[in-house]
Design a protein around this ligand. Sequence first.
Ligand SMILES: [Zn+2]
Ligand SMILES: [Zn+2]
Length: 384
Amino acid sequence: MAKRDYYETLGVSKGASADEIKKAYRRKAKELHPDRNSDNPNAEAQFKEANEAYDVLKDADKKAAYDRYGHAAFEGGMGARPGGGQGGFRGQGDFASAFSDVFDDLFGDFMGARGGGGGRSRATRGNDLRYNLRINLEDAFAGLQKTVTVPTSVSCGKCQGSGASDGSEPATCPTCSGMGKVRAQQGFFTVERTCPTCNGLGQIIKDPCRACQGAGRVEKEKSLSVNIPAGVETGTRIRLAGEGEAGLRGGPAGDLYIFIDVAEHQLFRRDGTDLQCQVPVSMATAALGGDIEVPTIDGGKARVKIPEGSQSGRQMRLRGKGMPALRGGARGDMFIELMVETPVNLTPRQRELLQEFEELSERNNPHGSRFFSAVKGFWDSMKG
Ligand SMILES: [Zn+2]
Ligand SMILES: [Zn+2]
């Protein structure tokens, strides 16, 4: 089979300008692109042919040689003229590399069209929703079942989410014939854009459902019973799959995320799974020792033995009286911190007793004794 004339291959006249040749080649290349021609076995050969033709005609020297000698200008090794053009274009059989040379941006568009084309997704996933839930520490300790009311959109019951009114069907979009994409000329390029009529859905609704105005979903408050597990803390997220916003026209629903915020407690301060509790004790109890009762997070109480001579700030640990771990494991501990309290509003009798006590005191204040002997040393050293 005789080799086709290069001008003929590209579909231009011999007198065509460089610009016209370029345009013709682009049109041809797009038409023959492998992505579009999976069922055309000749496309590859034709593409190579067009590529070869353009490779010569775009180059002024090669074009001049071709105009003068025809295909003979590039045949064989021998008479080959103006040089070296040879390997240059013959070797370029490879589709992708030939394409990437000239057509990077256009190729990108093809990829886009292909990506969207397969799905032509008329259905769109609904948005995820966030719900902030503030709970108290007791509930975080025990866990709870909570009903939350979420303003969201749900699939329209009247049209089963299709958006079309009773008895009517969504129709194929006339602008894009259901492709969801339209072609537009932009400079040299024919690009595909999302169809403005149907927003890429490929369908239009002639007779929209009155309940949802054709959206296929309606705004509604949704009540959900949420199981908050024991051990949650501020920042814990609970995901309720599929409980977010309904998808558009039958698309999958988004998820609902419950963000937990645990309020401060008036008695307990939380540190991971441990709890801290400051407990005031009287001066006498701290000095003499004794038993006190402290509250626990489960609503009960625990007896704590105060050793004789306890100082303010002393910490005591109650094992296993802290918070449960969210993902199982041992319960944390509770730490008691003693705050020794100075008595106020003394009666004359109490004052008398304390004065008497003070007069009898000698080696009863370990901190004070250490402090004052340090002070004495300090003053001595300054004098010396
Ligand atoms: Zn509807
Ligand atoms: Zn359309």
